[in-house]
Design a protein around this ligand. Sequence first.
Ligand code: NAD
Length: 256
Amino acid sequence: MLKGKTALVTGSTSGIGLGIALSLARQGASIVLNGFGDTEGPKAQVDALGVKVGYHGADMSKPEEIAEMMAYAASEFGGVDVLVNNAGIQHVANVEDFPVDKWDAIIAINLSSAFHTTRLAIPHMRVKNWGRVINIASAHGLVASAQKSAYVAAKHGIVGFTKAIALETATTGITVNAICPGRVLTPLVQKQIDANAARDGIALDAAKRELLAEKQPSLQFVTPEQLGELAVFLSSPAAENVRGAAWNMDGGWVAQ
Ligand code: NAD
């Protein structure tokens, strides 16, 4: 379905981003990966699916590096057709204790980076009159939790950003939507499980169960593969009139 298209997924060396990149690759899209840590493993996984794969290590907190990544995608892949804004970080603290540098980093990486990639991707999509922008928000884009002020602000922000750009492109072949995952067992969530287990003096399995029971009625983690298939649907012709949605896949979290 996506043969001849290029998908760029930010923060795709791990977790949800890698799951989405693999799902889009299975549909034939060429893939531009981004993110930190091991890059060879993720590249090999995409390569094994028989599509063209590239990588750019831009730091999503740095607008000039984001511009370099978009220029790389234009020169090596002819531009970005499916843009998945996924890179994100978390920090947990009461607002009076929240480190200022963590606030700035979360807003830059989880919110402002999507502005920079999108503003640079849309001109190419307008020329082709086809494009998909998929912003990975969170259940925290729709409801809040204590101790997550920066994350909740950034995720509510990206849901609003999604709606605004969906309206700007509403009469074109470009659609802009957000996906709002509940808890997914990735390194980002594993860190919270480790911290809770240490804080409460309980085993990791018990901390995992507690984390799910607190918010997610299904008592199951959402998986990167399930989120990848939702991104495939949003990229499909059937989703042409899904515009400005904030689509939760959260085991019932925000239904409560
Ligand atoms: P993860 O930690 O597994 O992956 C994050 C990815 O972002 C990695 O590839 C990392 O290298 C990259 N990254 C981090 N900082 C970066 C930077 N400055 N520049 C470029 N890349 C950077 O996390 P994840 O759980 O897969 O989260 C992915 C997205 O999904 C995030 O936006 C997160 O907020 C969102 N999300 C996660 C969950 C969950 O339960 N895991 C739930 C809802 C939403």
